[in-house]
Design a protein around this ligand. Sequence first.
Ligand SMILES: [Zn+2]
Length: 204
Amino acid sequence: HSFIDLIHSALPQPNSLPSNMNQLLSMLQLKVNFFKKRKVCLLCYNDLAGDARICLNCPTSADSNIAIIYDSDLMSILSILLKKHWKTIFTYKEELRSNNDVSGDLDIGFAYAYQNLLRKFPNENFITALMHLDGVGLCKSNKLKMWLLSFSLIELPAKVRYQRYNMPVVSIWVSSKEPIASVWLGNSIDALKELKVSGIVNFK
Ligand SMILES: [Zn+2]
Protein backbone atom coordinates (compact mmCIF):
# COMPACT_ATOMS: atom_id res chain seq x y z
CA HIS A 1 0.00 0.00 0.00
CA SER A 2 1.61 3.24 -1.15
CA PHE A 3 0.37 5.33 1.77
CA ILE A 4 1.80 2.95 4.35
CA ASP A 5 5.07 2.62 2.44
CA LEU A 6 5.36 6.35 2.47
CA ILE A 7 4.86 6.54 6.22
CA HIS A 8 7.44 3.81 6.74
CA SER A 9 9.93 5.65 4.59
CA ALA A 10 9.20 8.91 6.39
CA LEU A 11 9.80 7.46 9.84
CA PRO A 12 13.22 7.58 11.37
CA GLN A 13 14.56 4.30 12.75
CA PRO A 14 14.21 3.38 15.52
CA ASN A 15 10.87 5.06 15.72
CA SER A 16 10.09 7.23 18.64
CA LEU A 17 6.63 8.67 18.41
CA PRO A 18 4.96 10.82 19.47
CA SER A 19 7.90 13.18 19.86
CA ASN A 20 8.41 12.92 16.10
CA MET A 21 4.75 13.37 15.27
CA ASN A 22 5.11 16.97 14.10
CA GLN A 23 8.07 15.95 11.98
CA LEU A 24 6.12 13.00 10.63
CA LEU A 25 3.14 15.17 9.77
CA SER A 26 5.34 17.63 7.94
CA MET A 27 7.10 14.82 6.07
CA LEU A 28 3.70 13.58 4.99
CA GLN A 29 3.03 17.18 3.95
CA LEU A 30 0.14 17.33 6.36
CA LYS A 31 0.07 20.82 7.73
CA VAL A 32 0.59 20.58 11.48
CA ASN A 33 -1.57 23.60 12.16
CA PHE A 34 -4.55 21.87 10.55
CA PHE A 35 -4.55 19.30 13.35
CA LYS A 36 -5.84 19.58 16.88
CA LYS A 37 -4.10 17.21 19.27
CA ARG A 38 -5.70 15.57 22.28
CA LYS A 39 -4.91 12.63 24.53
CA VAL A 40 -7.57 10.19 25.66
CA CYS A 41 -7.49 7.78 28.59
CA LEU A 42 -8.56 4.34 27.34
CA LEU A 43 -9.66 3.30 30.85
CA CYS A 44 -12.24 6.05 31.48
CA TYR A 45 -12.44 7.54 27.94
CA ASN A 46 -11.93 11.08 29.20
CA ASP A 47 -9.59 13.55 27.54
CA LEU A 48 -6.41 14.20 29.52
CA ALA A 49 -6.09 17.71 30.87
CA GLY A 50 -3.58 19.98 29.19
CA ASP A 51 -0.19 18.34 28.79
CA ALA A 52 -0.75 15.64 31.45
CA ARG A 53 1.08 12.41 30.57
CA ILE A 54 -1.27 10.05 32.41
CA CYS A 55 -4.90 10.16 33.51
CA LEU A 56 -5.27 11.57 37.01
CA ASN A 57 -8.64 9.82 37.50
CA CYS A 58 -7.30 6.33 36.85
CA PRO A 59 -4.74 4.90 39.31
CA THR A 60 -3.45 2.35 36.77
CA SER A 61 -3.10 4.88 33.95
CA ALA A 62 0.06 4.42 31.85
CA ASP A 63 1.34 5.10 28.31
CA SER A 64 -0.09 1.76 27.19
CA ASN A 65 -3.68 2.84 27.83
CA ILE A 66 -3.53 6.31 26.37
CA ALA A 67 -4.29 7.28 22.78
CA ILE A 68 -3.10 10.43 21.07
CA ILE A 69 -5.59 11.77 18.56
CA TYR A 70 -4.99 14.36 15.87
CA ASP A 71 -8.27 15.70 14.51
CA SER A 72 -7.92 17.71 11.32
CA ASP A 73 -9.62 20.95 10.46
CA LEU A 74 -11.98 19.36 7.94
CA MET A 75 -13.51 22.56 6.62
CA SER A 76 -10.09 24.05 5.80
CA ILE A 77 -8.59 20.96 4.17
CA LEU A 78 -11.72 20.30 2.13
CA SER A 79 -11.84 23.93 1.00
CA ILE A 80 -8.23 23.73 -0.18
CA LEU A 81 -8.92 20.49 -2.06
CA LEU A 82 -12.00 21.93 -3.75
CA LYS A 83 -10.25 25.17 -4.66
CA LYS A 84 -7.44 23.21 -6.26
CA HIS A 85 -9.65 20.83 -8.22
CA TRP A 86 -12.99 22.53 -8.85
CA LYS A 87 -12.51 22.60 -12.63
CA THR A 88 -11.61 18.92 -12.73
CA ILE A 89 -14.56 18.10 -10.48
CA PHE A 90 -16.93 20.17 -12.62
CA THR A 91 -15.82 18.45 -15.84
CA TYR A 92 -15.82 14.96 -14.38
CA LYS A 93 -19.21 15.46 -12.77
CA GLU A 94 -20.64 16.31 -16.19
CA GLU A 95 -19.32 12.97 -17.46
CA LEU A 96 -20.83 11.23 -14.44
CA ARG A 97 -24.17 13.00 -14.88
CA SER A 98 -24.40 12.03 -18.53
CA ASN A 99 -23.12 8.56 -17.64
CA ASN A 100 -20.51 9.05 -20.34
CA ASP A 101 -17.51 6.94 -19.33
CA VAL A 102 -14.97 8.70 -21.59
CA SER A 103 -11.94 6.84 -20.26
CA GLY A 104 -13.81 3.52 -20.26
CA ASP A 105 -12.23 2.45 -16.98
CA LEU A 106 -15.56 1.68 -15.26
CA ASP A 107 -14.81 4.05 -12.40
CA ILE A 108 -16.88 3.90 -9.21
CA GLY A 109 -18.99 6.91 -10.26
CA PHE A 110 -20.40 5.00 -13.21
CA ALA A 111 -21.49 2.11 -11.00
CA TYR A 112 -25.07 1.66 -9.84
CA ALA A 113 -24.83 3.26 -6.37
CA TYR A 114 -23.49 6.62 -7.54
CA GLN A 115 -25.66 6.79 -10.65
CA ASN A 116 -28.64 6.13 -8.40
CA LEU A 117 -27.54 9.02 -6.16
CA LEU A 118 -27.43 11.32 -9.20
CA ARG A 119 -30.95 10.26 -10.21
CA LYS A 120 -32.24 10.85 -6.67
CA PHE A 121 -30.74 14.35 -6.34
CA PRO A 122 -30.62 15.65 -9.91
CA ASN A 123 -30.49 19.34 -8.96
CA GLU A 124 -28.05 19.19 -6.07
CA ASN A 125 -24.39 20.01 -6.47
CA PHE A 126 -23.06 17.50 -3.97
CA ILE A 127 -19.68 15.88 -3.49
CA THR A 128 -19.23 12.37 -2.12
CA ALA A 129 -16.50 11.19 0.22
CA LEU A 130 -15.11 7.69 0.14
CA MET A 131 -13.59 6.83 3.52
CA HIS A 132 -10.29 4.95 3.87
CA LEU A 133 -8.77 3.44 7.00
CA ASP A 134 -5.06 2.60 7.17
CA GLY A 135 -3.09 1.22 10.09
CA VAL A 136 0.68 1.19 10.34
CA GLY A 137 3.01 -0.17 13.01
CA LEU A 138 5.37 2.46 14.37
CA CYS A 139 7.37 0.56 16.93
CA LYS A 140 7.66 -3.19 17.46
CA SER A 141 8.74 -3.10 21.10
CA ASN A 142 5.68 -1.29 22.45
CA LYS A 143 3.22 -2.18 19.66
CA LEU A 144 2.67 1.51 18.99
CA LYS A 145 0.50 1.88 15.95
CA MET A 146 -0.84 4.77 13.93
CA TRP A 147 -4.27 4.64 12.29
CA LEU A 148 -5.34 7.14 9.68
CA LEU A 149 -8.85 7.87 8.57
CA SER A 150 -8.76 9.69 5.26
CA PHE A 151 -11.14 10.21 2.39
CA SER A 152 -11.18 10.67 -1.34
CA LEU A 153 -13.72 12.37 -3.56
CA ILE A 154 -15.70 10.25 -5.98
CA GLU A 155 -16.14 13.35 -8.16
CA LEU A 156 -12.42 13.32 -9.03
CA PRO A 157 -11.20 11.00 -11.82
CA ALA A 158 -9.60 7.88 -10.31
CA LYS A 159 -6.01 8.75 -11.18
CA VAL A 160 -6.32 12.13 -9.43
CA ARG A 161 -8.54 10.84 -6.63
CA TYR A 162 -6.11 8.33 -5.22
CA GLN A 163 -3.03 10.53 -5.27
CA ARG A 164 -2.18 10.76 -1.61
CA TYR A 165 -2.12 14.55 -1.56
CA ASN A 166 -5.70 14.54 -2.75
CA MET A 167 -6.81 12.30 0.10
CA PRO A 168 -7.35 14.53 3.13
CA VAL A 169 -6.72 12.98 6.54
CA VAL A 170 -9.75 13.26 8.82
CA SER A 171 -8.09 12.01 11.98
CA ILE A 172 -5.05 10.13 13.26
CA TRP A 173 -4.98 7.71 16.22
CA VAL A 174 -1.62 6.83 17.80
CA SER A 175 -1.69 4.19 20.51
CA SER A 176 -0.58 0.68 21.34
CA LYS A 177 -4.30 -0.12 21.61
CA GLU A 178 -6.61 -0.57 18.63
CA PRO A 179 -8.87 2.40 17.88
CA ILE A 180 -12.28 2.61 19.56
CA ALA A 181 -14.48 4.28 16.99
CA SER A 182 -16.74 6.17 19.40
CA VAL A 183 -13.75 7.56 21.32
CA TRP A 184 -11.68 8.34 18.24
CA LEU A 185 -14.17 9.66 15.74
CA GLY A 186 -16.86 11.42 17.79
CA ASN A 187 -15.47 14.88 17.00
CA SER A 188 -14.79 14.05 13.35
CA ILE A 189 -18.28 12.74 12.78
CA ASP A 190 -19.74 15.90 14.33
CA ALA A 191 -17.52 17.96 12.02
CA LEU A 192 -18.61 15.92 8.99
CA LYS A 193 -22.27 16.36 9.93
CA GLU A 194 -21.79 20.08 10.31
CA LEU A 195 -20.05 20.20 6.93
CA LYS A 196 -22.95 18.28 5.40
CA VAL A 197 -25.45 20.82 6.73
CA SER A 198 -23.49 24.03 6.14
CA GLY A 199 -21.85 23.04 2.87
CA ILE A 200 -18.94 24.99 1.53
CA VAL A 201 -19.60 28.30 -0.14
CA ASN A 202 -17.41 30.50 -2.29
CA PHE A 203 -14.89 27.79 -2.92
CA LYS A 204 -14.13 29.15 -6.35
ZN1 LIG B 1 -8.80 7.67 32.97
